[in-house]
Write a protein that binds this ligand. Structure first.
Ligand code: NAD
Length: 390
């Protein structure tokens, strides 16, 4: 039986992530037995009319047009930050200082300094029982949670290799406009912070290990694009004026984990034909795991302890009631989708808030990913390349 205790939520931003988080807040208590029921109290946007329409569509009770108004509202106990990276630090720090729990989208911030300030605010707030979480939702895909469990149980032995890719293709067209994700002052970085951050977090989460150093290259293939027209989402149209692209289109790096495992990472928006291919392969001394988000209900597992005669990668359909999160949904084989990872994120958050425990990934985890991203940028800039003599 769910509890009658209520947590008032105020969400800032109502486009892509706003829609995904709204879906999560709407469904969490309908499928999971929760100790705290979310109340979708306030949606905040800057345009009153558009915000009201979005609130109606997505199920929010009231609206505000300035995020600062959320901080003074008694019916808001948690602020959900679904805005671009340049706003995360200011909103999250103010919310924590006002005694509101915070769920903040990834990457935690645009810079290491901002992320450090957010961690300091989170630590001060935590001392008063106010908690925070960063939205690395892919941790909560059942197949990824199962991969973590198998590594933790030692089923693949000692991890030797991590191979991670995040491949998209939505800006292959040079006429795709200069949306905020292509502007350094709004997004911090390009493919690196937007999608590279996810594979860094996933690789560290699944292995239970941290990267200790990296060497990297980044590339911007299209250096100038049309300025955006009226809308600025992933399917925006452009105007006649053009402006410079100030972020990376692709980032490639190799790294080393504390355990000695070696890793390669590739994050790109130029992988023509790949839409949201998040691939993770981990090779251990006793087995391997492989995942591709474009088949997100599956996890491939090679058990190196089996008889070689019949050993081979097996495809686990991660929809059994015993699999992480899956039991709350449908019968085995009735597949889950993208949105479920966000529902799982808020379910875990609500359970932690009710239990008085710290949610993960924490702001400190977000800072650690930011430090990896920063090291990638520095390495790419220093360009320690060794030419091959001809
Ligand atoms: N977890 C994921 O898989 C995932 C996926 C996409 C985006 N994100 C992250 O979510 C965040 C938002 O990205 P998005 O794709 O939803 O962007 P978006 O452009 O679709 O939406 C941004 C929203 O923020 C609003 N906004 C911007 N500045 C604001 C301000 N000062 N006050 C109030 N509202 C403001 C915009 O009006 C819009 O509603 C980013 O940090 C992004 O990296 C995470």
């Amino acid at each position: 039986m769910g509890s009658d205790q209520v947590l008032g939520v105020g969400m800032v931003g109502y486009a892509f992530m706003g829609a995904a988080h709204s879906q999560a807040w709407r469904t969490a208590g309908r499928f999971f037995d929760l100790p705290l029921q979310p109340d979708m109290a306030v949606l905040c946007g800057r345009n009153a009319e558009a915000t009201a329409a979005a609130a109606q569509r997505m199920g929010w009770r009231t609206t505000e047009t300035d995020w600062k108004a959320l901080l003074g509202r008694d019916d808001v106990q948690l602020v959900d930050v679904c805005t671009p990276g340049d706003t995360h630090a200011e909103i999250a720090i103010a919310a924590l200082e006002a005694g509101k729990h915070v769920l903040c989208e990834k990457p935690l911030a645009n810079t290491v300094d901002e992320a450090r300030a957010m961690v300091a605010a989170a630590e001060r707030a935590q001392a008063k029982g106010v908690r925070s979480m960063v939205g690395f939702n892919y941790r909560r895909v059942p197949a990824i949670a199962l991969a973590r469990k198998l590594v933790e149980e030692g089923r693949i032995g000692q991890v030797r290799h991590v191979r991670a890719q995040y491949l998209q293709d939505w800006i292959v067209d040079p006429e795709f406009p200069l949306v905020w994700r292509l502007q350094a002052e709004r997004a911090g970085s390009g493919a690196l912070g937007d999608i590279g951050a996810h594979i860094v977090d996933m690789a560290q989460f699944v292995t239970g290990d941290l990267l200790t150093n990296v060497t990297a290259m980044t590339e911007t293939f299209i250096t100038e694009r049309p300025l955006p027209g009226a809308s600025s989402g992933l399917t925006a149209s452009g105007s006649d004026e053009r402006g410079p692209v100030t972020v990376d289109d692709a980032a490639l790096f190799i790294g080393r984990f504390a355990s000695g495992a070696v890793a390669s990472f590739e994050a790109t928006r130029f992988a023509t034909g790949r839409k949201n291919a998040i691939r993770l392969e981990i090779n251990g001394s006793a087995g391997s795991l492989a995942f591709d988000f474009e088949a997100m209900n599956e996890l491939s597992f090679y058990d190196g302890t089996e008889d070689p005669e019949t050993a081979g990668f097996r495809r686990i359909l991660v929809t059994e009631p015993t699999h992480p999160y899956a039991g709350a949904w449908w019968p085995p084989g009735h597949l889950l989708g993208y949105e479920h990872s966000f529902t799982h994120e808020v379910v875990d958050l609500l359970r932690d808030l009710a239990a008085g425990t710290d949610p993960t990934p924490s702001f400190a985890d977000g800072l650690q990913v930011q430090l990896v991203l920063d090291a990638v940028v520095r390495s790419a800039q220093s360009g320690s390349w060794h030419p091959i003599p001809s």
